[in-house]
Design a protein around this ligand. Sequence first.
Ligand SMILES: Nc1ncnc2c1ncn2[C@@H]1O[C@H](COP(=O)(O)OP(=O)(O)OP(=O)(O)O)[C@@H](O)[C@H]1O
Length: 288
Amino acid sequence: MTGIQIQELTKRFGDNVALQNVSLTFQPGKIYGLLGRNGAGKSTLLGIAANRLFADSGQVLIDGEPACENDRAQKKLYMMSEKNLYPKDMRVRDVFRWSERFYGSFDRQQAQVLAQQFGLNTKKRVKELSTGYTSIFKLIVALCLDVPYLFLDEPVLGLDANHREMFYHLLLKNYADEPRTIIIATHLIEEVANLIEEIAIIDEGRLLMSQSVQSLLDSGYCVSGKAGDVDAYAAGKKVIGEDVLGGLKTAYILGSCDRQALCDSGLELSKLNLQKLFVELTKKEGEQ
Ligand SMILES: Nc1ncnc2c1ncn2[C@@H]1O[C@H](COP(=O)(O)OP(=O)(O)OP(=O)(O)O)[C@@H](O)[C@H]1O
């Protein structure tokens, strides 16, 4: 298994460039956070890999094989997204049956157990499910499939806090039992921060970065204190953002910290937080 290679993908919708020359690799057996602001191109990227959309140029390889119109490659992945691909009149239990037939590896017994845990009525038709239960139903399918590549596009859409916690817990257990590549596209960065090992950020159709969460968090730090002292310390350093409250300031800085200078000026040092880092890295001109 060599993972999923995204090679120089470009996709336009009319004049709108959704992806521009994006290349990155999703390695086998890792959990990725695919992050980006609204309209950044996350769903488009996953949709092309899952053969739901065609790229204008570039390609996606799944274990070295082209993903485009290739059933053998596509059977290795499951994409859960907002778009409902199941016939709306089908009952949930029939989708479970169908999944078993199509993928072979679907654990229908486990799906029934999870449905009971989440309170999902499997006799209901897909079209009768609420937004949250539509997500739950698709998540159960994803969790019960034995495929090496799982794409979860906004997986917890509409789920209440209890169900979100249940899902994250189940996902981690599922991963611990059988590691596979899981790509989670989400805006709920804090909720997945402890779940993901790797991060890929897309900004306006371009890849901004792809690296391990740990190395990203270790690449900088926060400094807080009196605004004048923070400014003096930060001068000449790579400041990616600031928060000001009265006379106090927090600066988000990339690079290694000068502990002696911090100590001398009485400034407080703290770790970067993934969501804050993302916000600062993807902030547009004029945004606070
Ligand atoms: N079918 C389509 N027709 C026209 N434009 C589209 C289509 N699908 C996506 N786009 C455009 O492509 C760009 C990328 O959209 P995409 O859905 O991939 O972003 P995203 O990062 O998943 O966004 P969000 O987080 O808001 O769901 C956006 O500008 C979007 O409007």
